[in-house]
Ligand binder design. Structure first.
Ligand SMILES: [Mg+2]
Length: 177
């Protein structure tokens, strides 16, 4: 968790999908998909074309999961409440519109967040000092004083580590460093 950060706002911006909630596993399991997460090798789901999947089908089907069955979306690690305690204070920052389901999910997992923030586009504009996220596009938008723990996924392997970006396998590694 320790690193040199020039920001005064010491609040961590925690992404939801792939950081807290294992949305890809839920999507693949609940909709009985024939591919695995390893087949998702780009952010826009073009790699899933041969299974007739698109970003749109992903968003529609996972919106449905968030709205109707948030309890079926597993956490990325079993002891999420304990792990996230080490990150306090943190905000949950998401680009998903299904905030009702997300709130139910984080309450169900008893996460001690400060606020839930919806941002439709660029999270770096929110001026957090530290982000934990899996989005490769955020890596290209960081301001000089921002730091990203990038949750490693098959669709973000092209992102290089730097003084502002460190790759981790799960949220657990962000609190143990
Ligand atoms: Mg995400």
């Amino acid at each position: 968790m320790e690193h040199s950060c020039k920001c005064t706002q010491k609040i961590v911006a925690l992404d939801v999908e792939s950081v807290l909630a294992d949305i890809h596993s839920a999507w693949i399991t609940q909709y009985k998909k024939k591919f695995t997460i390893k087949d998702i090798t780009d952010w826009d789901f073009i790699s899933l074309k041969r299974w007739n999947e698109t970003l749109k089908t992903f968003l529609e089907e996972t919106d449905n999961l968030w709205e109707k069955f948030p309890e079926k979306i597993p956490p990325t690690v079993p002891n999420l409440k304990e792990v996230t305690r080490h990150l306090k204070p943190f905000d949950i920052v998401t680009s998903r519109r299904t905030l009702g389901g997300i709130i139910k999910w984080v309450e169900y997992h008893q996460l001690e967040y400060r606020a839930i923030v919806y941002v439709p586009d660029n999270k770096a504009d929110l001026d957090y000092c530290m982000y934990i996220d899996d989005n490769p596009k955020l890596a290209t938008k960081l301001k000089d004083n921002q730091f990203l723990w990038l949750i490693s996924q098959p669709y973000n392997l092209q992102v290089h580590e730097s003084s502002q970006i460190q790759r981790v396998n799960s949220i657990i590694e962000t609190v143990s460093q």
